[in-house]
Design a protein around this ligand. Sequence first.
Ligand SMILES: [Zn+2]
Length: 130
Amino acid sequence: MKFNRLGPSRRIDENVVFVLSFIRMKHQPISGARAKLAASLPSTTEILRGSLLHRHIRHRSGCTVCADGGGHPVWVLTVTYPGGRTKQISLSSQQKPMVQRWLRNYRKLKDTLERICELNQQLLREERNA
Ligand SMILES: [Zn+2]
């Protein structure tokens, strides 16, 4: 039997290292994409789920504005819960831009987490088939 200079066990180790590094290389695009997504996550505290609605409040009596048919414009945050129950929170006009930003953060956070989960599914398949 003829062995090379390094001997048979070393050769197996080298093959294992080669296969492992090959797997790592294969995973790198997914891991890189995953890290990039994670780094792009928005604030995890300044978030709100729901939607912003523009409504008009009308007083039944004693208000000249409403008597003229105008009403008072208000912004309302509407949050829907499982079972169809909804919660409504009226907002001051100063709160509106902040609420819009927090709603955007929540949507981006959720979308990004979903994309990371999809990448992890791909990683699971690749690892199993490696
Ligand atoms: Zn009024």
